[in-house]
Design a binder for this molecule. Structure first.
Ligand code: SAH
Length: 320
């Protein structure tokens, strides 16, 4: 999350990292309530999960449910209200201490069924109180779908605990790519380093090009078609599928300049009564995932109907 540094700065000493490794940094960034506030207030995100669970009570009734990365426990509570027999939430962040209080309060005050068990620890390391679960729910998606690589954790949980025929919510995700005209913002973010109070700062300009920018893009900036470059089936995929190279071919819709490629994703709950989609593209209501912009050093000039051929390589960061 781009917000992580300020969240770390604001977090309490209870969640201070011991040795300052990236793992401590990542998990502690979820200890502060601010990041959970942002996710919970993302109504597209949270209401889609809510609908996927509440509208499918026939699937959740009397089932054992595992929530991988439960955070505040919101998905556990949805599952409990939908009639699950037992719900286990796992999270390695200190937020889970608050989640225990949240669950207890709702059992006492709002009639939440007393079926939730929260387990603190990394999903990869914990031992659950059950051998198998019927359903896994998880909100694992990061910027450009894969940032944070949390899907790997869901796959570990699936392979270890999901009963044969068990369901994963959500179970499909598709990554899309298109291209945008973005001259003004590119000038502001990139060319700006060419003259900083009379000095050149090309070293920082280089870094700015290397790092994709997460931001909301106006759909009118999109100048090509948008094509799916990868669909994953969370029920069956392996960690190796998340390290991929995809060739793509975009078609220009106008005579215009392309300054950047644009990436975003849809997540789908196909086990739902009617398939439920959580879209994050520029033409939809913005979510906290926004879109991801990859700037080109040199813009491409396109005529309507012309093709842009590209290749995208995506792999987990080996050090983090
Ligand atoms: N389910 C919550 C929180 C989603 S954010 C909601 O929908 O609001 C993802 C959560 O997963 C974070 O709280 C993070 O601490 C946790 N997490 C990430 N990787 C994990 C891992 N390997 N083991 C346990 N928890 C993990």
């Amino acid at each position: 999350q781009t917000e992580a540094p300020s969240v770390i700065g604001a977090s309490s000493s209870a969640s201070t990292s011991k040795d300052g490794t990236s793992a401590d940094y990542y998990f502690n960034s979820y200890a502060h309530f601010g990041i959970h506030e942002e996710m919970l207030k993302d109504t597209v995100r949270t209401k889609t999960y809510m609908r996927a669970i509440y509208d499918n009570k026939h699937l959740f009734k009397d089932k054992v449910v595992l929530d991988v990365g439960c955070g505040t426990g919101i998905l556990c509570m949805f599952a409990a209200k939908a009639g699950a027999k037992q719900v286990i939430g796992v999270d390695c962040s200190d937020i889970i201490e608050q989640s225990r209080k949240i669950v207890a309060q709702n059992v006492a005050e709002t009639g939440l069924p007393d079926v939730i068990t929260l387990v603190k620890g990394k999903m990869e390391d914990v031992v659950l109180p059950v051998a198998q679960v019927d359903i896994i729910v998880s909100e694992w998606m990061g910027y450009f779908l894969f940032y944070e690589s949390m899907l790997d954790t869901v796959l570990v949980a699936r392979d270890k605990y999901l009963a044969p025929g068990g369901l994963v919510f959500p179970d499909k995700a598709t990554l899309y790519i298109s291209a945008i005209e973005d001259g003004d913002y590119k000038a502001e973010k990139m060319d700006w380093w060419d003259d900083v109070y009379g000095f050149k700062m090309s070293a920082l300009k280089e870094l700015a090009y290397v790092e994709p920018i997460v931001d909301c893009v106006d759909p009118r900036q999109v100048v090509t078609d948008a094509i799916p470059i990868l669909t994953i089936d969370v029920q069956t995929c392996t960690a190796a599928d998340l390290d991929f190279t995809a060739k793509f071919e975009l078609t220009s819709l106008y005579n215009d300049h392309v300054h950047a490629f644009l990436g975003y994703f849809d997540t789908v709950f196909t086990h739902s009564h009617k398939p439920l989609v959580l879209p994050t593209g520029p033409e939809h209501t913005n979510t906290h995932w926004k879109q991801t912009v990859f700037y080109l050093r040199d813009p491409i000039t396109c005529k309507e109907g012309e093709k842009i051929y590209g290749e995208l390589r995506c792999s987990p960061n080996k050090d983090n």
